[in-house]
Write a protein that binds this ligand. Structure first.
Ligand code: SAM
Length: 413
C-alpha cells in the first residue's frame, strides 16, 4: 500500500484503503477543480470572495422580498469562493476527511462540513437573530465578546455577517470581538486562511483547535452562538457543548439560539414525507400542507433547551459511565384508529433571537426524524432489545443520553 502524501507533500498518517481511495480522489479533484476555475489574480479572488459574503448577507438581512432562487444562487457563489480558501489551506487528505465519534458526539470532517455554508434558511434564521442580538447589546456595551464553538471550517453563522459589518461599517472591530473554536485541525487551518482572505483578522480575537466541551474562555461571553445539531437532536454534541459553555456567559449574556424546542409527533410516513412535498419546489416551514398537518398527532414538547434549562440540568450517572438527563413525559393519546400505522418523528424548532427562527423543514437540522425503533399499538415481528413497544394511553418518560451517540431514550412510566 502506498503511503499517502498531503497536498503540501508531507506524508500523513493514513494509508490508502482501496475502499476510501475513490472518495479521496474525488476530494482531491474537487480541490483542484476549484483552483483551476480561478483563473483570476489573487486580488480578484479576494475581491470576489469578500463580495460573495457581503452579497449573501445583504440578501438575508433585507426586509424586502428576495426569491428562493436569488438566495440559493448567492449562497452557491459564497460556497464556491469559500472552497477556494479551503483548497489554499492545503489540508492533507487525512485532515480533510477524518470523521469520528468523540465521547460527546459525532465530529464531522471538514470535507463534509463545507456544505453547511449553503444551508440558506438555517443561516438566515441565525444571522438575522445574531444581528438583532448585537443591536440590542451594543446599546449598553462599548464592546461585546462573541464565542462561536464548533464553528466548522467556514464559521458560516458569523463570517458572512462580519464581512457585511465591515463593508457597511455597521459595527467596528472595536465593538465586536469573536472567538472561533473547533476540534478539527482542518477546520482551524481553513478558518485561518478564510479569515485572512476575508481580511477580518481585526474582528477575530482567537481561532483555537480545542474540544468545546472542555474549553475555558479567558473573557466573559456576551453572546454564545452555537449550532452543532443533527435532526431529531441526535448524533452531534450540541447539548454537551451548550451545557459546558453556558457557565461562561456573562450574567446578562445570551445564548443563540435562545431556545430549541424538541417535539414529538405521530405521523403516517407517506403523508408527512411524500404527499406533503409533491407540489412544493423546496421544503420549508412556510410550505407545509394543511392536509398533512391536520393528519399529524402532535405529542407535545420532549425537551426545551435554553440558558435557564441548561443551568438547571440534573445529570443522572448510570452504570458503565453512561450519563442521562431526564426530560419530559408524553402520553400517547387513545382513540386514534390508525395509531398502529404511525411512527414517532422528532423535530426541532429553533428560536434564534427575538422573532427570528429556524422552523421545521427549513434546514436538515430541523427536519423531523422518524424513530423506527418505537412501536405504538403494534409489535415488530422479532423484538430486539433496541425496540420500544408501547400502547395508546401509555405515558412515557424521555431521557436524553449524553454519549458519543446522543439521543432520546423512552422509558414506560
Ligand atoms: C456541521 S459542522 C459545522 C457547523 C457550524 N456550526 C455551522 O454553523 O455550519 C460541525 C463542526 O463542529 C465541530 N465540533 C463538533 N463537536 C465539537 C466539539 N466538541 N468541540 C469543538 N468542535 C466540535 C466539528 O469539528 C465540525 O467542524
Amino acid at each position: 500500500m502506498e503511503r499517502l502524501k498531503g497536498t503540501n507533500g508531507k506524508p500523513v498518517s493514513a494509508y490508502a484503503d482501496p475502499n476510501i481511495d475513490s472518495l479521496l480522489k474525488h476530494s482531491i479533484r474537487t480541490q483542484l477543480e476549484s483552483l483551476l476555475q480561478s483563473k483570476v489574480s489573487v486580488e480578484q479572488r479576494i475581491e470576489l470572495l469578500q463580495k460573495s459574503f457581503v452579497d449573501a448577507t445583504s440578501l438575508i438581512l433585507s426586509d424586502t422580498k428576495v426569491t428562493h432562487h436569488q438566495l440559493v444562487k448567492a449562497f452557491e457563489t459564497m460556497y464556491d469562493q469559500a472552497v477556494q480558501s479551503m483548497a489554499l489551506a492545503e489540508l492533507s487528505q487525512d485532515v480533510l476527511t477524518r470523521q469520528y465519534i468523540s465521547p460527546t458526539g459525532l465530529i464531522m470532517s471538514p470535507y463534509n462540513c463545507k456544505h453547511t455554508i449553503k444551508d440558506v434558511y438555517r443561516i438566515k434564521g441565525y444571522a438575522r437573530g445574531i444581528d438583532k442580538a448585537i443591536q440590542s447589546k451594543i446599546k449598553h456595551k462599548a464592546k461585546i465578546n462573541i464565542l462561536y464553538p464548533a464553528c466548522g471550517p467556514f464559521a458560516p453563522l458569523l463570517l458572512p455577517l462580519l464581512s457585511y459589518y465591515k463593508d457597511t461599517k455597521k459595527y467596528s472591530a472595536q465593538q465586536l470581538q469573536v472567538m472561533l473554536v473547533d476540534i478539527q485541525p482542518g477546520a482551524v487551518m481553513t478558518l485561518r486562511q478564510l479569515v485572512k482572505d476575508l481580511q477580518l483578522d481585526e474582528y477575530i480575537s482567537l481561532i483555537e483547535e480545542v474540544d468545546a466541551t472542555q474549553y475555558v474562555p479567558d473573557v466573559g461571553i456576551d453572546l454564545l452562538v452555537l449550532e452543532a445539531m443533527h435532526h431529531g437532536f441526535t448524533k452531534e454534541g450540541q447539548l454537551s457543548i451548550a451545557k459546558h459553555l453556558v457557565q461562561f456567559l456573562n450574567i446578562d449574556g445570551w445564548m443563540i439560539p435562545q431556545n430549541v424546542s424538541i417535539k414529538g409527533v405521530m405521523v403516517i410516513g407517506e403523508t408527512e414525507f411524500n404527499q406533503q412535498w409533491k407540489s412544493a419546489d423546496y421544503s420549508h416551514s412556510t410550505k407545509l400542507s394543511d392536509v398533512a398537518q391536520q393528519d399529524r398527532i402532535e405529542l407535545g414538547e420532549i425537551f426545551s433547551v435554553n440558558k435557564s434549562s441548561l443551568l438547571r440540568i440534573q445529570v443522572l450517572e448510570l452504570e458503565d459511565g453512561v450519563s442521562v438527563i431526564p426530560v419530559n413525559q408524553i402520553t400517547f393519546p387513545t382513540g386514534v384508529e390508525d395509531m398502529h400505522k404511525r411512527f414517532l418523528a422528532i423535530y426541532a424548532h429553533i428560536d434564534t433571537f427575538a422573532e427570528e427562527a429556524v422552523g421545521q423543514y427549513d434546514s436538515g437540522i430541523t427536519h423531523p426524524k422518524p424513530d423506527m425503533s418505537i412501536y405504538v399499538d403494534c409489535k415488530p415481528r422479532e423484538i430486539e432489545h433496541t425496540h420500544f413497544v408501547a400502547s395508546s394511553g401509555d405515558t412515557v418518560q424521555f431521557y436524553y443520553q449524553l454519549s458519543g451517540l446522543p439521543g432520546f431514550v423512552p422509558v414506560k412510566v
